[in-house]
Design a protein around this ligand. Structure first.
Ligand code: F0G
Length: 467
């Protein structure tokens, strides 16, 4: 059903639709001013195509809606928690798990249980919430992704891999200060790029040698497993489920935001093999999330997650899903928009540094590009550059900036069609054509941690010439 160069056939049809409000450029300009030029502050009804995130924004299936009705709201021992256990054990295979209201709650509990001030946590690239949870407890997140990840055009099929040599050196030098290692699959902050199974095997071996626990940030494990099946020699004939099993069997646990590959609007998991950690994490969970049968969720959310976990590893769905991302990537690239290649699993990343080479990182080129994409076509994207990812290192007080200034076009699952994405493509192409006229931005106010969610901006040279 998938021909080269064509948008993939959707393996579903619509049963419920959601209205999109069409806006004028003038209305969008006004909305931007009110939002302090931060797209997180926009009212959603002023957005025509919302590619801000693929997290919790997908369409649930009829089976998942049926699961909501079936949800058992018993405080303890509910049938829904039993169904979740069955799905979780089938997919992940860890000894213990706890549901949480979303991924960052699992990260927060893990950091509380394992981390102390002065600790270091290496990963390929920590996502912002993971980094913030480590920083908030006095630790330092360290990113050790391979060099190919720095080059937006490097064809390496696994640009999410950790640089094993650097990890080895890092662990040798800091062993006593590393409470656990992580790897993010797929590597969201580094372009949604997959991590290979051979890399995960090597991380596992190193962590074993240094006796350091190894956790997977498993948000997009199904997309990662599918890309392993497509790209890593030797796994062509493996099922996505068996690849996922292999990945998880090489680790000691995982944090998981179910809002991605479990196809639900809310939910998360903390998974582990160590019983002592489980007991401590359970106490933390009861303190802040809820009883282990429901975490911070309603029984119906738990039930929808149980169903979504199984739908998320369906290979027909994953072929469509990653095929749609690839189609958008290829169309943009063919039309001269600089994108990060090869395409990842959940999003297309435009290289804002290449679109706006006249704007230095300190003037936030990627933020400027998100603002222009909205103004031009009502398309909401997200900055993954110096606004989101730079921070002052507690180690040495220096500013740590990201490798690339990117904007992410995250595709909500099972939500937008080819014609929606054609509008996105036309919007991006028209911005690239007038890129020299776009100014940098500056921050007017921002909190210390996770500043991209609420910072306010203005154009660097008073008013951008594009308006
Ligand atoms: N880890 C990764 C790799 C993520 O992408 C996210 C969320 C989280 C952890 C935290 O999960 O939102 O359920 O608390 N990413 C969203 C995004 C917000 O837009 O990429 P959460």
């Amino acid at each position: 059903m998938m021909k080269e160069g064509e948008h993939p056939f959707e393996p579903f049809r619509m049963k419920t639709v959601e209205h999109i409000s069409l806006t004028t450029r003038g209305q969008r300009q006004q909305a931007l001013e009110q939002a302090g030029y931060n797209l997180f502050n926009l009212p959603a009804d002023k957005v025509m195509i919302d590619l801000l995130t693929d997290s919790g924004t997908g369409a649930m299936s009829d089976e998942q809606w049926a699961s909501l009705m079936r949800g058992d709201e018993s405080y303890a021992g509910s049938r829904s928690s039993q169904r979740l256990s069955e799905s979780v054990n089938r997919i992940f295979g860890f000894k213990y798990f706890l549901p949480t209201h979303q991924g960052r709650a699992a990260e927060g509990i893990l950091a509380t249980c394992l981390l102390k001030e002065g600790d270091l946590v290496p990963s390929n690239t920590h996502f912002d919430t993971t980094a913030a949870n480590i920083l908030a407890r006095g630790g330092t997140p360290t990113n050790l992704v391979i060099d190919a990840s720095k080059d937006p055009n490097d064809p390496n099929p696994f640009k999410g891999d950790i640089d094993i040599e650097r990890l080895d050196e890092f662990l040798e030098k800091h062993q006593s200060r590393v409470p656990f290692c992580m790897v993010t699959v797929t590597n969201n902050a580094g372009g949604g790029q997959p991590v290979s199974l051979s890399n995960i095997e090597k991380i596992h071996n190193l962590c074993n040698a240094y006796e350091i626990p190894f956790f997977i940030d498993a948000c997009r494990f199904a997309e990662n497993a599918w890309l392993i099946k497509q790209r890593e020699p030797g796994y062509e004939n493996w099922t996505v489920e068996s690849i996922a099993h292999r990945m998880f069997s090489l680790s000691d646990g995982a944090t998981f935001s179910a809002k991605k590959d479990a196809l639900v609007n809310i939910g998360g998991l903390l998974l582990m093999n160590d019983e002592k950690l489980y007991q401590n994490a359970k106490n933390e969970l009861i303190l802040r999330e809820g009883f282990p049968s429901y975490g911070g969720l309603a029984g119906r959310d738990i039930d929808a997650m149980a169903t979504g976990l199984i739908e998320g590893v369906d290979e027909g769905y994953l072929a469509y899903r990653t095929g749609q991302v690839k189609w958008l990537h290829d169309e943009l690239k063919n039309r001269g928009v600089p994108v990060l290649s090869p395409p990842g699993g959940h999003a297309v990343y435009i290289d804002a540094g290449a679109v706006l080479p006249h704007i230095p990182a300190t003037d936030f080129p990627a933020q400027a590009l998100t603002v222009e994409m909205y103004l031009e076509g009502g398309v909401r994207t997200v900055e993954i550059g110096s606004v989101m990812l730079s921070f002052i290192s507690p180690e040495n007080g220096k500013l740590v900036t990201p490798l690339l200034e990117l904007i992410r076009l995250a595709l909500p699952r099972r939500t937008y069609t080819e014609s929606h994405l054609r509008h996105v493509i036309e919007t991006a192409v028209s911005i690239v054509e007038k890129a020299q006229e776009i100014n940098g931005m500056e921050i007017i106010e921002a909190p210390e941690l996770l500043r991209h969610f609420s910072a306010k901006f203005c154009w660097k040279n008073s008013v951008s010439p594009t308006r």
